[in-house]
Design a protein around this ligand. Structure first.
Ligand SMILES: Nc1nc2c(c(=O)[nH]1)N[C@H]1C(S)=C(S)[C@@H](COP(=O)(O)O)O[C@H]1N2
Ligand SMILES: [Mo]
Length: 237
């Protein structure tokens, strides 16, 4: 039996929840039609701050003991690699504090993360010049996509700890992606594979009405209905 086949999980895919979120995209739910300015505001338009940390996923959570976890980084790279958990933990570690913005309206400030930077990954695998997109593949079957320059930002981590403790299973442990500048659905939990690609490959939510770019400051929530015109246009913009 291959190690990957030994990975089990808990919960069921929540079809109803997925359909509800598809309907939100069609209806343009929560759109305010305003544009935020991260140099001025802490909270992007239409968001509200929460103190707890909600769990959002498709309802099925894989249980991945560290000894079975592998991360493959491949596609259009010069040096593909597969790490065990020990290999991963042996990489240079950083601490980072970031805000999280979820498209379902909650934002959580000052999350303390530990992990390795995307910059370190890029230096090791060396994407080929044709690589323009990064596709994340997770142990629950989830995928999401970002542009290579989004992945390369200095605040992007492959995170293994939050608030000084290993990431719990419900929040994507052993290792998740953490991309604070975009809506949190771009931050894949239970990361299994990072693929570098010449073509873009829209992921699970991106093919279900959610925006390809996902910039919370521009309210890139959905790909479908346009945001209404701002009622009070901001003269600074
Ligand atoms: N593998 C995987 N990653 C995922 C998801 C998922 O269903 N599976 N959901 C995404 C969504 S929609 C959000 S808002 C965040 C939620 O992360 P959290 O549960 O740690 O708050 O994870 C993102 N990453
Ligand atoms: Mo989400």
């Amino acid at each position: 039996m291959a190690d990957e086949d030994k990975i089990t999980g808990t919960g069921q895919i929540k079809d109803k929840l997925i359909r509800t979120k598809e309907a939100w995209a069609r209806e343009g739910r929560l759109l305010t039609g305003s544009v935020g300015d991260p140099t001025r505001d802490r909270l992007p338009p239409g968001q509200r701050e929460v103190k707890d940390w909600p769990v959002l996923d498709m309802g099925y959570q894989p249980t991945i003991p560290n000894h079975l976890w592998r991360l493959t980084i491949d596609g259009l790279v010069t040096t593909p690699l597969t790490w065990t958990h020990a290999d991963f933990m042996a990489q240079p570690q950083v601490d980072l504090v970031t805000d999280i913005h979820c498209v379902t309206q909650w934002s959580r400030y000052d999350n303390h993360w530990n992990g390795i930077t995307s910059a370190h990954v890029l230096a090791l695998v060396q994407p080929k010049p044709a690589a323009k997109h990064v596709i994340f593949h997770s142990y629950d079957g989830y995928t999401t996509n970002v542009a290579l320059d989004v992945f390369a930002a200095p605040d992007v981590l492959l995170a293994h700890s939050w608030e000084g403790a290993p990431l719990t299973k419900e929040h994507g442990g052993p290792v998740r992606i953490m991309i604070p500048r975009f809506y949190f659905w771009k931050s894949a939990k239970w990361i299994k594979r990072i693929e570098f690609s010449a073509e873009d490959k829209p992921g699970f939510w991106e093919v279900r009405g959610y925006h390809n770019t996902a910039d919370p400051w521009k309210e890139d929530r959905y790909s479908g209905p346009e945001a209404p015109e701002p009622i009070f246009p901001n003269p600074d913009i």
